[in-house]
Design a protein around this ligand. Structure first.
Ligand SMILES: Nc1nc2c(ncn2[C@@H]2O[C@H](COP(=O)(O)OP(=O)(O)OP(=O)(O)O)[C@@H](O)[C@H]2O)c(=O)[nH]1
Ligand SMILES: [Mg+2]
Length: 364
């Protein structure tokens, strides 16, 4: 599962990428180079608590991938949608992080005249919309061409698809994203081949300057109110600060944050939101060797979840000894949780919940 980081030129995309993935991609690179791909560890305070109980040799966090796609030479925001290699990269992502610039930096002039996050957000949303319109129009023209010389049965099929795509295109023309068009599952499946950008879940990251940390909440509220698309949240983060903090150890970072009034880590909030945006949850495994978070889609059955650990466990699945994180922690140990009857024995179709601590029994 990967998220594409997208934004106008010099909005801080690569800085955001570095902050999230603790990477060190060059922020000076410009022009169409290869995208940066990196892994971010999903912060999960539950793991820290479980480590206290089990004292394992190893801790493994869940992960998400981010991809920082370099802007095309002409840049985004030119009102002709997104195209070419840039579009292809974005189409392969599962969700998008839109970076809008709120920071002032005289040595890095804004691509247009002034810094205006609200205007840039509009521009980006329009670009996404437009790029979907262009894709659909191309398909519609192709269908028009196919009608010529088609037999009756083919004409009916073509006509049906044409009507369907045309209605979607018209809604996009009204500014309604695919995600907001109330399209049923079967139709969405039909649309999925086009990998449309407004069908993807979206997170807006307002890239603020150090001096704007105190205004973070207000900025978030302002942009949240502006967005007409449903289910999008805006998070303010000072990417440059978060990038600097990645080189510090935990104690240093904490002191530094407090001295700046930077609050809890915004980068953690962004990664967690990304995880939720992708519809992912974690089940946990514990023991003296390892405490670990495993990634599954929400509503995954127990046997399939077991397959994340090893295909043998899925194949030879017997049952899943399951206790909720909360029950385990309040019991203090696995033995006590069992004694209290809080450890359930679940079958292969049990839908695993976020925070379930599971021990799979299997036989191969
Ligand atoms: N003052 C300040 N400068 C920032 C902040 N975030 C990024 N910058 C600076 O802005 C410049 C551009 O940042 P990048 O991360 O390269 O932006 P980008 O969107 O990846 O740029 P392109 O890939 O060239 O489009 C760099 O010099 C950053 O150091 C910030 O929060 N505050
Ligand atoms: Mg960049």
């Amino acid at each position: 599962m990967k998220l594409g980081i997208i934004g106008l030129a010099k909005s801080g995309k690569t800085t955001v990428f570095n902050a999230l993935t603790r990477g060190s991609a060059s922020t000076t690179a410009s022009g169409l180079t290869d995208p940066n791909i990196g892994i971010a560890k999903v912060p999960d305070t539950r793991l820290n608590v479980l480590v206290e109980i089990f004292n394992p040799k190893k801790i493994t966090q869940a992960e998400v991938y981010y991809i920082d796609v370099p802007a095309t030479p002409e840049g985004l925001g030119q009102d002709h949608g997104i195209s070419g290699k840039y579009l292809n990269e974005l189409q392969t992502t599962d969700a998008l992080v839109l970076v809008v610039r709120a920071f002032e930096n005289p040595s890095v002039p804004h691509v247009s005249t002034n810094v205006d996050p609200s205007r840039d957000l509009d521009t980006l949303l329009i670009e996404l919309n437009l790029s979907d319109v262009v894709i659909l129009e191309r398909r519609l023209s192709k269908l028009d061409a196919e009608t010529k010389g088609a037999n009756t049965a083919e004409r009916t099929r073509i006509g049906k698809e044409h009507k369907f795509l045309e209605s979607i295109r018209q809604n996009l023309g009204q500014g309604i994203a695919i995600k907001d068009q109330n399209i049923n599952q079967a139709d969405l499946a039909q649309l999925s081949v086009f990998q449309l950008l407004t069908a993807k879940p979206l997170l807006v990251l307002i890239n603020i300057g150090e001096e704007q940390l105190v205004d973070a909440q207000q900025l978030e509220n302002e942009l949240n109110n502006q967005i007409e698309r449903s289910g999008i949240s805006c998070i303010a983060m000072c990417a440059r600060l978060e990038e600097e903090l990645t080189s510090m150890d935990e104690e240093e970072e904490k002191t530094f944050r407090e001295s700046l009034g930077a609050g809890e880590s915004a980068y953690g909030k962004v990664i967690q939101s990304s995880y939720e945006l992708l519809g992912l949850v974690s089940f946990l495994t514990v023991g003296p060797d390892e405490v670990r978070a495993w990634t599954i889609s929400d509503n995954t059955g127990a046997a399939q979840a077991a397959g994340k650990i090893h295909s043998d466990i899925e194949r030879g699945f017997i049952r899943a000894e399951t206790v909720s994180y909360h029950d385990l922690v309040t019991s203090g140990s696995m033995t006590d949780a069992k004694r209290k009857g809080l450890v359930r024995s679940e079958g292969r179709t049990y839908l695993v919940k976020d925070g379930d601590v599971i021990n799979f029994l299997f036989n191969v």
